[in-house]
Design a protein around this ligand. Structure first.
Ligand code: KIV
Length: 265
């Protein structure tokens, strides 16, 4: 199988082929995901919670993201590697964002950087894209703003906030973002945004109409000791190995069987 690129994902959107994405933070799981046929591996700053035991993603440092990205890069040779820019590694200025993104790519080996925020980040996204840094946006429940949001809550439930998320999505696309993660938003809002955008959307708790789906690996394997959100399905149920669970996830995303109505808002 040839390496997955942003062009592959664009074509998958055009052809209606679903994009299967999972997080990974280390070499062994990255290799397993790659061999199972995952399209995108996300080195998420969720590692602050599932690897490090923090309450949120906020304490994760750029050096930690680079360390885990490099571990994943050694294992995931075919899947596209997207890496999260951690809290306060890009919000300060566009120059700060460029320096952090450069380190994620040069030292961590990621091919795309992900950052949270909409219209307010558009100028930074354009600055990065113009300098050869591919960017993935992240809207809806943006975990780095958990304190501002007052908790991990579904976003875009009323007309005004839905409109804002839609405008944010268009601004990011206009600024040159190549991918967009939509987290914990009503399925009909994610569906409308997905139809309106040319770039692929990857949903997590955003309904079945997104161009792809992502879950945190430890959640979908049922090994994170804390409560998982409603949008998670434990793919170890009925699977006789981790490899089988990962393959079942990929298959369920590709066929549209996951997410089911009980995983949606
Ligand atoms: O950090 C992460 O794993 C993420 C996903 C939840 C989309 O951003």
């Amino acid at each position: 199988m040839s390496a997955v690129t942003l062009l592959t994902l664009e074509k998958m959107k055009r052809d209606g082929d679903k994009i299967a994405t999972l997080t990974a933070y280390d070499y062994s799981f990255a290799s397993l995901l790659d061999q199972a046929g995952i399209d995108v591996v996300l080195i998420g700053d969720s590692l602050g919670m599932v690897m490090q035991g923090h309450e949120s993603t906020l304490p994760v440092s750029l050096d930690e993201m680079i360390y885990h990205s490099l571990c994943v890069t050694r294992g995931a040779r075919r899947a596209l590697r997207v890496g999260d820019m951690p809290f306060m590694s890009y919000q300060g200025s566009r120059e700060q964002a460029l320096e952090s993104a450069g380190r994620m790519m040069k030292e961590g080996g990621v091919q795309v950087v992900k950052l949270e925020g909409g219209e307010i980040m558009a100028d930074t996204v354009r600055f990065l894209v113009d300098r050869g840094v591919p960017v993935c946006g992240h809207l809806g429940l943006v975990p780095q703003s958990v304190n501002q949001l007052g908790g991990y809550r579904v976003q875009g439930k009323d007309a005004a906030s839905a409109r804002q998320i839609r405008n944010d999505a268009l601004s990011l696309q206009q600024a040159g973002a190549k991918l967009l993660v939509l987290e914990a938003v009503p399925a009909d809002l994610a569906s409308a945004i997905t139809a309106e955008l040319d770039i692929p959307t990857i949903g997590i708790g955003a309904g079945p109409e997104c161009d792809g789906q992502v879950l945190v690996l430890q959640d979908m394997l049922g090994i994170y000791p804390k409560t998982s959100p409603k949008f998670v399905r434990n793919f170890m149920d009925g699977a006789d190995s981790i490899e089988a669970a990962i393959k079942a996830y990929i298959q369920a995303v590709k066929s549209g069987e996951f997410p089911a109505p009980e995983h949606c808002f």
